[in-house]
Design a protein around this ligand. Sequence first.
Ligand code: SAM
Ligand code: SF4
Length: 434
Amino acid sequence: MKLGEKIGSCEFQPEVYAYPTARCYKRLEGFSIAQTEFTNEVNVYVHIPFCRQLCTFCGYLKTLNSEELRRNYVSSLVREIEMYADILGDKKVISLDIGGGTPSLLQPNELGEIMDALKKANRNMLGTAKEASIEATPESVEYDKFKEFKALGINRVSIGIESFADGEIRMSGRHNLGNASSNAIKTLKEIRFGNIVCDLMIGIEGQTTKTFSDSVDALLGLDPDTVEVYALGVIPSTVIGKRRPEGLMGNRQKYECYEIARKKFLENGYFQSCHNRYSKLEDGGYVQEDAVFKGISLIGLGAGARSYAQNVHYRNAYDGLDGRAAISRYMGKINSNGLAVETGIFLSEDERMRRYVIGNIESLDMRAFSRAFGIEFGNAFPELYKEMLSSGCAYETYNELKLTQKGLLFRDLIARQFFSSNVEALESVYRATA
Ligand SMILES: C[S@@+](CC[C@H](N)C(=O)[O-])C[C@H]1O[C@@H](n2cnc3c(N)ncnc32)[C@H](O)[C@@H]1O
Ligand code: SF4
C-alpha cells in the first residue's frame, strides 16, 4: 500500500527505533568481535534486566528482581566489559546509557562496580560522554541512592511515568501511582540532575484522549527537562498481546493524543527535538538515541543488549517470554569466557542505505546521502521520494529533505516504507512463529 493510502486509512506503526529490526536477526554461528567495524566514536548501552513488576505491555528483557541473581549478574557484566576492553579502549565514548529493566534497582555499590569496569576499559569515558544516563521507575527514586548515582557520574535520569491516572497504572501492573511519580520528579530536581526525562504512554489500557490530556497537564505542572511520548505497541509475547483487551485506544485517538501532546508541550516552553520527544535542553534531551540514528555505533552489554557496528548488528542472549532463561544463558556464556552473542544480521550495502535513510528520516541531507552511497536519493527511492513530497509529509530545503508536522506525526509509517523486502520477509517469519 502507498504512503498516502496508509495515512488515509489511519494505519498505525509502532516506533521504528532500529533498522534492521531485531525481529529479523538470525542465529550467528562462530561470531567474533574481530569481525565488527565500529565507528571511532561509540555509544555504550548496559542492560539491567531486573524489575519489581512485570508490566502488562512491556516486551523488554526482564525478570523479577532478586538480590542474589542481580549480584551475580553484575559480576558477569563486569567480565563482559573486560572482554570489550580492547575495543572500548580505542574509542571515544560519547554517551552511556544504563537501561533495562529497572537499573535504578541497583545498589550504589553495584552501579559503582559497573562504572569502575567501564572506566578501566576506557579511562576517559566520563570525560568524553556528554550523557551518562540511567532508567528508573518513579517509586525506586530515593534521595540518598540517587545522590550516590550522581556522584558516580550519572547526569541524566529517565523515568517511566506513563500516566498520572492511578486506574491506568494499576491496570498496567505498575506501582507508580500519581504521588510516587510527582515525588520522584521533585526528588531528582532537588538532587539537580542535568536532565530529568519523563516517559508518557499513549494508548495504555483504560486510557482515553481526555485522561491522556490530563496526564500531560499533570506532567507539565512538574516541569521536567525532557518528555518522551510513546504510543503503545502491542507485542505478542506480553500480557496485553495475549489478552488483547477490548477498548484499547484506536489508531485515530492515538494520533489525536500525539497532537494534544505536541500542542501542549510546544505551548509550554519545550521544543520538539524529534518525532516523540520534547525538551527544554539545547542538545535535545537524548544524545544516545540521536547519535545512534545518525549512524554512530552502539556497543551493547548485558543480556539481550544489541550492538550496532557498521557492518553487523547483533544481540546477546534474549528471550521475550522467559527473561530468566536468557539471563542464565548470558551468564553461563560470559562466565565460561565466551561472548554471549546469539543472533544478528550482517548488513548489505542496500540495508546500510536504508538504515541511513530511516535514521535520518526527519532531516535527510541528500548531498551527504549521495556522497555516502554514490547515488542520488531521488534515484535510489524515486517513488517514496515523490510520495513523501506529494502527501505533504516532507519538503525540500537546501538539499535537505525534512519532515513537515504531518510527516512527524506519521514518521513511523514513513520509516516503515523504507524497509527492504528481505527485512519484511524475515519479520513475517518472526510474526508467524512469535
Ligand atoms: C525500560 S522502560 C522505562 C524505565 C522503567 N523500567 C519503567 O518502566 O519505569 C522504557 C519505556 O519504554 C516504554 N514502553 C515499554 N513498553 C512499551 C510498549 N509496548 N509500547 C510503547 N512503549 C513502551 C515506556 O514508556 C517505558 O517507560
Ligand atoms: S516497563 Fe519498565 S518496569 Fe515495567 S516491566 Fe518493562 S522494564 Fe520493567
